[in-house]
Ligand binder design. Structure first.
Ligand code: Q9C
Ligand code: ZN
Length: 628
């Protein structure tokens, strides 16, 4: 195995600096580079590394990731005066140009590629490149967040091209989200991108929705983008270690990269004014040590952010010492992750469950999804995950078409949004089931049915209790509706895929068993749905225990995928259904009351009517009906 650690440093890259006053950019100073290097010297680490010279990245290399237009704009700034530089800089979010910026940024790209070459050729085992400007925010056509060219993204493309690599892992431990890297590799399954970042529920820069845990990649790249948002400041050593243990490392080992590149920002370390985190420099020794176990040790560390000079320097030294193979220092602090960190970890694991084998069996069951909408406070528990609300335009676009004209009020639109957000979690298999309160259960159920069929489900079962004011068309067989209501609704006749079951639960006790077991379940099992929608509208003819029993038993179907939609006035019903979805046993029914003669007849009549079509209804041998 190759040995040695490369160190790439060129003081030229300290010439890029801010020429005017700008409180946003003034932390990205040349001393970040020079003082880190001095710190390495003082620990006698420089002399233990293999010096590798930087070079300018070629235009062709930059174009692996960036547009020609972006390259040309950057190139044109070399000869500009201060005023012109300032004007161009204002076109971007948090970037400044200096006449030497273009040259420095090309050196930063070239230094990164030199490191990739040194590691891939086996000249060294691993290494670090100290570069400025940093890269991970920069995008195909834009500078952003102190970054001009995306050094690490270019390095990954370069490694794929030059060494034919098929799996590269990028670990971005900078405290900011490297959205630039995410955008570049979003659809690329050959690059697994992991980033943790200060997020604070989208309050923290760059404040993007796509920095949240549910951005898992697109198309073929689904599952290969991992975002771990920190929703509180003050994350420390144990939070970072927990993130590695429970999110990154298992995925990394399953991915089995051929090369690991670190977007190594140290603004995630203690003392940094941007990050406001608490992790000490030693944690970077541990993180480095973990990553050295992958890709046969081929590890390239590329500097990104880090704005507290002392903390930055110490952390760089910890990283380099570990790359050199020195003993890993003891980690300090109480070894317990904070609640907010565990929540984030749980969310990203659930979001990635469909894509990673190790997670398929590992994820603690988040069984039920709901939104924070009205009523939901009554059934929150540890097994219930709160789903983010959608914004109105998003909901409108999803509801558009058939039912849009029925949505007059904002309240209704929002409740549909909640239901769709929950349904989405179920369809993505992030949760097993969900519960939504709705002012219009029939409309919500109709939208849920249509959405699931559009998603691609071939058979969706809907059990609707109460008056169903809207009845979707069930002719194509992709839906089967069983409407349990007191009286047959005028103008609606039962057919194979729409069955009206007129049933009024007995006031004394519970005779609903006979209908559930004698009719509903046999029909449902004959149908073999991919999803069950259970909805309760106005004038329900069943009690809470009857509906809970239904919910409990219908979990035997559709891999237990159920979405429950319940009128928002029914707080105790909501609570009871949420319990049943969580797996609690059904509440007691009281004294057993046998069904009346009339009801027995009704079930029998329905069985006779439908047992040709739904064969699990058969319970007597007559008329030659059987399996074939
Ligand atoms: N209100 C890196 O660490 N902050 N870049 C912008 C705008 C920009 C950080 C705040 C932070 C950029 C490489
Ligand atoms: Zn940063």
């Amino acid at each position: 195995m190759a040995s040695g650690t490369a160190l790439i440093y060129d003081e030229e890259m300290a010439t890029h600096k801010l020429l005017w006053s700008d409180p946003i950019c003034d932390i990205e100073v040349p001393e970040r580079l020079s003082s880190s290097y001095e710190q390495l010297k003082s620990y006698h680490l420089v002399e233990r590394c293999v010096p590798v010279p930087a070079r300018e990245g070629s235009e062709e290399e930059i174009l692996l990731v960036h547009s020609l237009e972006h390259l040309e704009v950057a190139k044109s700034t070399q000869t500009m005066n201060e005023e012109e530089l300032k004007r161009v800089s204002e076109n971007y979010d948090a970037f400044f140009f200096h006449p030497s910026t273009y040259h420095c940024a090309r050196l930063a790209v070239g230094a990164t590629l030199q490191l990739v070459d040194a590691v891939m050729s086996g000249e060294v085992r691993n290494g670090i490149a100290l570069v400025r400007p940093p890269g991970h925010h920069s995008q195909r056509n834009a500078a952003n967040g102190f970054c001009l060219f995306n050094n690490v993204a270019i390095a990954a493309e370069y490694a794929k091209l030059k060494y034919g690599l098929q799996r590269i892992l990028i670990v971005d431990w900078d405290v900011h989200h490297g959205q630039g890297i995410q955008y570049i590799f979003e659809e690329d399954p050959s690059v697994l991108y992991f980033s943790w970042h200060r997020y604070e529920h989208q309050e923290f820069w760059p404040s993007l929705k796509e920095s949240d845990y549910d951005a898992v990649g697109l198309g073929k790249g689904k599952g290969f983008n991992i975002n771990l948002p920190w929703n509180k400041v003050g994350m420390g050593n144990s939070d970072y270690l927990a993130a590695f243990f429970h999110v990154l490392l298992p995925m990394a080992f399953e991915f089995d990269p051929e090369l690991v590149i670190v977007s190594s920002g140290y603004d995630s370390g203690i003392g940094d004014p941007e990050g406001q985190m608490n992790a000490t420099p030693e944690v970077f020794a541990h993180l480095t040590h973990f990553l050295m176990q992958l890709a046969n040790g081929k590890l390239c560390v590329i500097l990104e952010g880090g704005y507290h000079l002392k903390s930055l320097g110490e952390s760089v030294c910890m990283t380099v010492k570990t790359l050199l193979g020195d003993p890993v220092p003891q980690i300090t602090g109480e070894m317990a992750p904070c609640l907010s960190a565990v929540e984030s970890i749980q969310n990203v694991r659930a979001a990635h469950k469909p894509y990673w084998k190790w997670l398929a069996y590992e994820v603690p069951p988040i069984k039920t999804a709901t939104t924070g909408s009205e009523g939901s406070e009554h059934f929150l528990s540890e097994h219930v995950q709160l789903v983010k609300e959608m914004d109105k335009t998003e909901i409108k676009s999803l509801v558009s078409g058939f039912y849009a004209d029925l949505v007059e009020e904002d309240k209704i639109l929002l409740s549909l949004g909640s239901m769709l957000a929950i349904l989405d979690k179920i369809l993505k298999k992030e949760v097993c089931n969900g519960i939504a309160a709705s002012p219009t259960a029939a409309l919500s159920a109709a939208v849920a049915l249509r959405h699931s069929v559009l998603f691609g489900f071939q058979r969706v079962l809907c059990v609707f209790v109460g008056d169903m004011q809207i009845t979707p068309n069930t002719e194509d067989g992709k839906m089967l509706i069983i409407n349990i209501c007191e009286k047959e609704q005028p103008g609606k006749t039962s057919c194979k895929h729409y069955i009206s079951l007129n049933w009024k639960e007995d006031a004394e006790g519970n005779d609903f068993f006979s209908a559930v077991l004698g009719f509903i379940l046999p029909v449902a099992y004959s149908y073999q749905p991919n999803l069950t929608v259970i909805a309760v509208g106005p004038n329900r003819s069943l009690g809470i225990s009857g509906i809970s029993l239904l919910v409990a038993l219908l979990q035997g179907l559709a891999e237990s995928r159920i979405v429950a939609v319940i009128e928002d006035t029914e707080i105790s019903l909501l609570q009871s259904v949420a319990k049943a979805l969580g797996g609690a046993s059904t509440p007691p029914f009281g004294i057993y009351v046998p069904p009346t003669q009339e009801k027995v007849k009704k079930i029998k009549a329905l069985r006779d009517q439908f047992q040709q079509e739904w064969k699990m209804l058969q319970c007597s041998v007559k008329d030659g009906i059987s399996r074939n």
